[in-house]
Write a protein that binds this ligand. Structure first.
Ligand code: AP5
Ligand code: MG
Ligand code: ZN
Length: 214
């Protein structure tokens, strides 16, 4: 399965991707996660990306495209993958099409996870993530048993730097302007599917699997 996950910030792309990889043993390629790792490691790419991410703006396409191309060429991607948070604008979507053509790969689907705008702020301000295993929590909807500590591995939970209200507003604006048009882009290619991202995480996952025929 070669899949693109579309959805606004906080729609649950990462949450559903993590469940899909447990079921299907294919990698999740989250450009956000790759960029955050580069920022933490203080690589040149990370230094370039940091100022954009802090403002809630998109990192320049050239930075992201190089990163994705390298990742798609790796062995574990040959059977399939889930692209989470990429592509983010039409230029990236067109570049992805070219990349896939040159690798003789084709996308099976672009799945849009739809959540009303008014739900997103609380999801994002409440998000906490495990530093060690990446498990996601939410202090309002799915709090860990012990505050600040991962239920799965005991790791420390942290809050993302860009999950502050002002930055979230900017990310939502960028999504509406630059990323939402990709829904039409994939619809016109005939590979768009969509699910509601509201409600119980397990129920959403069941719908995701049914929609994708998994
Ligand atoms: P990125 O990391 O991709 O962030 P994003 O798109 O803003 O999406 P999020 O990760 O915030 O949301 P999500 O949909 O994964 O939701 P999650 O599952 O965590 O990008 C960050 C930045 O990196 C960008 O702003 C940009 O600067 C840069 N960047 C990344 N990719 C780029 C690209 N291709 N080009 C250029 N720049 C790029 O869930 C959110 C919360 O909700 C969690 O707490 C979760 O527990 C909770 N939750 C999930 N499902 C439910 C539910 N059903 N009910 C209640 N709560 C739920
Ligand atoms: Mg995410
Ligand atoms: Zn953990």
């Amino acid at each position: 399965m070669k899949l693109v996950l579309l959805g606004a910030p906080g729609a649950g792309k990462g949450t559903q991707a993590k469940k899909l990889i447990e079921k299907n043993a294919i990698p999740q390629i989250s450009t956000g996660d790759l960029l955050r790792a580069a920022v933490a490691a203080e690589t040149e790419l990370g230094r370039e990306a940091k100022s954009f991410m802090e403002k809630g703006e998109l990192v320049p396409d050239t930075v992201v495209l190089g990163m994705v191309e390298e990742r798609l060429g790796q062995d574990d991607c040959q059977q399939g993958y889930i692209l989470d948070g990429f592509p983010r604008n039409t230029a990236q979507a067109e570049a992805l099409d070219q990349m896939l053509a040159s690798l003789s790969m084709e996308l099976d689907a672009a799945l849009s996870v739809d959540v009303p705008l008014e739900d997103l702020m609380k999801r994002l301000t409440g998000r906490r993530t495990c530093r060690d295993c990446g498990q996601m929590y939410n202090i309002y909807f799915s709090a860990p048993a012990e505050e600040g500590k991962c239920d799965k591995c005991g790791g420390e939970l942290y809050q993302r730097d860009d999950d502050q209200e002002a930055t979230i507003s900017k990310r939502l604006e960028v999504y509406n302007e630059q990323t939402a048009p990709l829904i039409d882009y994939y619809a016109s290619k005939g590979i768009l599917k969509s699910v509601s991202g509201t409600g119980d995480i397990e129920e959403i996952f069941a719908n995701v699997c049914a929609t994708l025929g998994l």
